[in-house]
Design a protein around this ligand. Structure first.
Ligand SMILES: [Zn+2]
Length: 258
């Protein structure tokens, strides 16, 4: 599905990073494979939050530098295949997103779906697996970095940042408290999105699924519009993480539970 001159399905930054944090960015890019055109969408639709998480990749890159953390970023738009959705979820290859129909995703054959899975979804998650396997002898705490739109379906979302967890909330509680001292407003507790096994892939599978403490960090994207804002968020996250790092490492790992 990708031409030889197109970027790969994922990018790994600082693979040998010696810090305890491991960063992933599922919605880093709004790139569409050339052979799929624009999926029938206008450029401004692809540039909007339905195509990717604006600002998330930049924050993740800077945070990786602050924490000497490895970072894996997805190379293509969530509209082609959403790397944070289980394959059985209808939003894996979304026929509409936030009310916007995605013509290029309608009526796909099984082969067309499989091509997206094998070309984009699997290589990205295999890269995360390899990275975590290579670090299995030392502590890893997984942070999945996202951004969210300030308003959805007519609802304003008040949280400048949210920290979401799956079954075990201890790492999220530490991060949330540390971030709470550094932001104006309330840190979302499993807001704007809770993590659910049927809806989320990355934290359940690469985090708790392999016995690692994991959080999803969601930053409201109106706080990521300038370089200065992005730098400030990376700094804030790094400082909060460093403050709770020792305590989070002490949580240890737990038996893989899925
Ligand atoms: Zn996202």
């Amino acid at each position: 599905m990708l031409d030889p001159d197109e970027p790969p399905a994922f990018e790994v930054v600082n693979a040998q990073g010696a810090g305890s944090a491991v960063l992933v960015c599922d919605h880093a890019s709004n790139r569409i494979p050339r052979r799929l055109g624009t999926l029938g969408l206008a450029p401004e639709q692809l540039a909007d939050h339905i195509g990717w998480d604006p600002g998330a990749a930049e924050v993740a890159h800077r945070l990786s530098a602050h924490l000497d953390a490895p970072l894996v970023l997805s190379g293509y738009s969530r509209l082609v295949i959403d790397c944070n959705r289980p394959l059985a979820n209808t939003a894996s290859i979304a026929e509409q997103s936030a009310g916007v129909p995605v013509p290029g995703n309608l009526g796909l054959t099984a082969d067309a779906r499989a091509a997206r899975v094998e070309t984009l979804f699997r290589p990205y998650h295999d890269a995360i697996d390899r990275l975590l396997d290579a670090r299995s002898h030392r502590p890893s705490l997984l942070l999945s970095i996202h951004s969210f739109t300030p308003a959805l379906d007519g609802e304003q979302r008040p949280w400048p940042v949210g920290v979401s967890h799956w079954r075990d909330r201890r790492f999220a509680a530490l991060m949330s408290t540390a971030l709470g001292h550094r932001v104006d407003g309330v840190v979302g507790d499993n807001q704007p999105y809770p993590i659910e096994e049927a809806i989320d892939y990355t934290v359940p599978v690469h985090g708790e699924g392999r016995g690692l403490h994991a959080v999803m960090i969601e930053i409201r994207n109106d706080g990521l519009r300038t370089r200065a804002q992005i730098d400030a968020w990376a700094e804030r996250l790094a400082t909060a993480y460093r403050e709770i790092e020792a305590e989070a490492i002490k949580l240890g790992s737990f038996p893989a539970n899925i």
